[in-house]
Design a protein around this ligand. Structure first.
Ligand code: SF4
Ligand code: SF4
Length: 298
């Protein structure tokens, strides 16, 4: 078996966090930078903005919205067929927000982010500074999210004007709608981050159901998922570090790892990292790895 240097492995974790943050930033910035958005109250009626230029909401310009959407849906379906529910673990905006929210939860209440918990234990100053930062983020991040989603339909300049420059109550219907939307988003974000979390993915998400159906149509041995390396089963000491690392409470060592709807492996890789860290203490490599062909292994 290959030898590795000792250390805490966060290979998949770091890569995944970078992917999640980049994609979230992209979703937030697209309308603000006028790269793509709809304008429901354009000067000449509803329009579409592509890269700063305004076009009527008409054929063929609407194809610029429809074609990428169809390509995205098919792309995700194909990705799911071959790679399992990798979209959920790496790219879903809801899942990414809930995971990132865990750091805030740990600072202000209780959560499982070990890094934040370790910082909180350093001193009272660390604890209260982190709580202050987390409180500010809890107040501001949902506002940014709400306004960014609104910017897909209303011109960003108008949003800023209505929300920040016009006294509240004097802006008319559009201001009332925007302020109600911001208040709702704050409530929903806190509810999702503190209480609902991944129960939504398990019980409500229609896309999750669709993915589970696609996964069930693929030959089980071709789906990418964490699997034991050939002949590695006996080396497992049962430390359960991989179980503790799984944020959807699965056992990655299970022969029939659940890939369906109510509980599905999101192919995040945290269990592979955890085992690599454990095995690193023995100067060995992870017993788990992502593979689609399980021949000779679990
Ligand atoms: S089993 Fe492993 S890869 Fe799957 S969701 Fe859990 S930690 Fe992530
Ligand atoms: S982390 Fe590795 S050694 Fe520990 S229980 Fe999981 S597979 Fe076995």
């Amino acid at each position: 078996m290959a030898k590795r240097a000792f250390g805490v492995s966060r290979q998949f974790h770091v890569l995944r966090r970078i992917t999640q943050v980049v994609l979230l930033l992209l979703w937030v910035l697209l309308p603000w930078l006028d790269i793509v958005r709809i304008e429901i109250q354009g000067t000449h009626g509803p329009g579409i903005i592509y890269f700063g230029h305004s076009y009527p909401m008409d054929f063929p310009y609407v194809l610029g919205l429809i074609i990428p959407f169809v390509v995205l849906i098919w792309g995700i379906a194909l990705l799911t067929y071959f790679k399992g529910r990798v979209f959920c673990g790496w790219a879903c905006p809801y899942g990414s927000c809930v995971e990132l929210f865990d750091g805030l939860r740990t600072a202000v209440w209780r959560g499982s982010n070990r890094k934040v918990a370790a910082w909180m234990r350093r001193s009272s100053l660390h604890k209260w500074l982190l709580r202050l930062l987390a409180g500010l983020t809890l107040a501001l991040a949902p506002v940014v999210l709400a306004l960014s989603l609104a910017a897909y339909l209303v011109a960003p300049r108008q949003i800023l004007q209505e929300v920040f420059a016009t006294p509240w109550g004097r802006g008319g219907m559009i201001q009332t709608t925007l302020l109600t939307w911001v208040a709702l988003t704050i409530l929903i974000s806190w509810l999702a981050g503190f209480a609902v979390r991944f129960h939504f993915c398990r019980m409500v998400c229609i896309y999750g159901m669709g993915q589970a159906m696609v996964v069930s149509a693929a030959p089980g041995n071709q789906i990418l998922r964490p699997r034991f390396l050939p002949d590695a089963t006996d080396s497992c000491g049962g430390c359960q570090a991989c179980l503790r690392a799984c944020f959807v409470d699965l056992d990655p060592r299970a022969k029939h790892l659940v890939l369906g709807f109510s509980a599905g492996c999101f192919n995040c890789g945290d269990c592979v990292d955890a085992c690599r860290t454990v095995q690193g203490h023995k100067n060995e490599t992870s017993l788990l790895s992502f593979r689609s062909s399980p021949r000779g292994s679990r």
